[in-house]
Design a protein around this ligand. Structure first.
Ligand SMILES: Cc1cc2nc3c(=O)[nH]c(=O)nc-3n(C[C@H](O)[C@H](O)[C@H](O)COP(=O)(O)OP(=O)(O)OC[C@H]3O[C@@H](n4cnc5c(N)ncnc54)[C@H](O)[C@@H]3O)c2cc1C
Length: 388
C-alpha cells in the first residue's frame, strides 16, 4: 500500500543536505551570469552528476542509486529552492525511464552505466514539432527503415539541451498516418547518439529564460536500426508511460521555485520599512504571500501523494497531472507575490527574483500546458467527454 510520509527519513535528509551543499557553491551570481549569456550550467551539472544525484532513479544494477521518484523530486526541488534551475538537468531523470522500461537488455547495459557516471549525457528529448504542437500524434518527422539504418527527415521545435547532450530520445513516425488503425499507432522511439551526426542541424533559439532550447532539422539523417527502443510503431505508448514521472518531477521543480519565492518575500517584507513600519505588516502584502504559501502546501501534498503512488507501482495519472498543475500555479502565485512585495527591486537582476519569475513561468506551458492537464482531469478523472 502506498502511504505518504509527512517527514523526511534520515536518508532523505542526508540526500537533501548533500544537494544543498553543492548548491551553496553556485549562488545567484553564477545563475545570473549564465542567464545573461544564455549559457548552460556545465560546471553545476557536472558536479551534480559526479556526485551521483542525476543517477538517483537508475537501478543499482546499472550503476545508479536505485532510489524512487520521491527522492528524485526531492533533489530537483532542493536545487530550485536553493535558487538554481533544475530545468538544466531534470530531463535525464525521466527520459532514461523510457530506456529502462522498454529498451533491450543490451541497450540498457550499453547506456545506463555510462549515463550514471556522466560519461554520456542524455538530456535531450525530441517530441514537439512546429505543425503539431501539443497534438503529438500528428507529428510529421518520419523515420524510414533502409536495411540496418533508419533515415530521418523532418523538423522539431523547442528541443532543449541538444548541444549539451550526447544522446537524444527521438519520437518519429515510422508508419504513415493513413496506414494505421489508431492515431496513436505508427510512431516509434529512438535513442540516438547525436555527436557529429550527419543530417542533423541544430539552431539555438533565444528564449525568455536560459533553457538551451533549439529548432532541429533532419535532412536524410541516418541512424542505426539498433537505436529503436522496444517495438516499432509503439513509441507513443512508451512516451505516455513516462509522463507520470515527468509530471511529478516537474511539479517538484515548481515547488522548489515556490519555496524560494516565499523565503525571499518573507525576508524582504519583514525588513523593508516604508511609512514607518515593515511592509509585511500590511495585509495587502502579507496576505498575498500567505495565500501563495497555502497553495504551495496543498501542491506539495498532491505531489507527495502522486510520488508515493508512483513508487508503490500504483496508478497515479490523475495525481501526477494534478500535482504538475498545482505546483506550476503555486509557483506562479508565489512568484507574483514575491515580485510585488519587492517593488522596483523585484525587477532588478541582482535580486534574482525576475530570473526565477521567468524560469517558473515555463511550467504552466511545458512540458504540457495546464489546459491539457485540466482536459486530462475532466476526461480521465471525472469521466467527462473528451474536450479536444
Ligand atoms: C523553453 C521550452 C523548452 C521546451 N523543451 C522541449 C523539449 O526539450 N522537448 C520537446 O519535445 N518539447 C519541448 N518544449 C515544447 C513544449 O512541450 C510545447 O511548447 C508545449 O507542449 C505546447 O506546444 P506548442 O508550443 O506547440 O503549443 P500549442 O499546442 O500550439 O498550444 C498553444 C496553447 O493553446 C492552448 N491549447 C492547445 N490545445 C488546447 C486544447 N485542446 N484545449 C485547451 N487549450 C489548448 C494551450 O494553452 C497552449 O499553451 C519546450 C517548450 C519551451 C517553451
Amino acid at each position: 500500500m502506498a502511504s505518504i510520509s509527512l517527514t523526511l527519513t534520515d536518508e532523505q535528509r542526508a540526500l537533501k543536505a548533500g544537494v544543498v551543499e553543492i548548491c551553496r557553491r553556485y549562488p545567484g551570481e553564477y545563475w545570473r551570469e549564465l542567464d545573461a549569456k544564455r549559457e548552460y550550467p556545465e560546471k553545476f551539472v557536472t558536479e551534480l552528476t559526479q556526485a551521483g544525484y542525476l543517477a538517483a532513479l537508475i537501478p543499482q544494477e546499472y550503476g545508479g542509486a536505485g532510489l524512487g521518484i520521491v527522492e528524485g523530486g526531492l533533489i530537483l526541488e532542493t536545487i530550485n529552492a536553493s535558487g538554481g534551475n533544475a530545468g538544466a538537468c531534470h530531463a535525464q531523470m525521466y527520459i532514461m525511464g523510457t530506456l529502462l522500461r522498454h529498451g533491450s537488455e543490451a541497450q540498457k547495459r550499453t547506456y545506463l552505466p555510462k549515463i550514471a557516471t556522466g560519461e554520456l549525457r542524455l538530456q535531450a528529448f525530441g517530441v514537439t514539432e512546429p505543425n503539431s504542437g501539443s497534438d503529438t500524434t500528428k507529428l510529421q518527422t518520419t523515420a524510414v527503415r533502409r536495411g540496418d539504418r533508419y533515415v530521418v527527415n523532418g523538423q522539431k521545435i523547442f528541443i532543449s539541451r541538444v548541444l549539451q547532450s550526447d544522446l537524444m530520445l527521438l519520437l518519429a513516425r515510422t508508419t504513415p498516418a493513413d496506414q494505421v488503425k489508431r492515431k496513436t499507432d505508427g510512431l516509434s522511439v529512438f535513442l540516438i547518439d547525436i555527436r557529429n551526426l550527419k543530417g542533423l542541424e541544430v539552431r539555438p533559439l533565444r528564449m525568455m529564460m536560459n533553457h538551451s532550447t533549439n529548432a532541429l532539422f533532419f535532412d536524410n539523417m541516418e541512424i542505426p536500426a539498433a537505436s529503436l527502443i522496444g517495438e516499432e510503431s509503439k513509441g507513443f505508448a512508451y512516451i505516455l508511460d513516462g509522463m507520470n514521472a515527468e509530471r511529478i518531477l516537474v511539479a517538484s521543480d515548481s515547488l522548489g521555485d515556490a519555496r524560494w519565492f516565499i523565503e525571499k518575500a518573507v525576508a524582504y517584507s519583514n525588513q523593508r520599512v516604508i511609512f514607518g513600519r515593515p511592509i509585511g505588516a500590511n495585509q495587502g502584502v502579507q496576505f498575498a504571500i500567505a495565500k501563495a504559501h497555502v497553495a504551495i502546501e496543498a501542491a506539495q501534498l498532491m505531489r507527495d501523494k502522486a510520488a508515493a503512488l508512483f513508487d508503490a507501482g500504483q496508478p497515479c495519472g490523475g495525481e501526477a497531472n494534478m500535482a504538475k498543475y498545482l505546483g506550476a500555479e503555486a509557483a506562479w502565485e508565489a512568484g507574483n507575490a514575491c515580485i510585488d512585495c519587492h517593488g522596483g527591486y523585484g525587477y532588478a537582476e541582482e535580486y534574482d527574483v525576475e530570473r526565477k519569475f521567468r524560469e517558473c513561468r515555463l511550467y504552466k506551458t511545458a512540458p504540457i500546458n495546464n489546459n491539457l492537464i485540466l482536459a486530462y482531469v475532466g476526461e480521465h478523472v471525472l469521466g467527462m467527454p473528451r474536450s479536444y
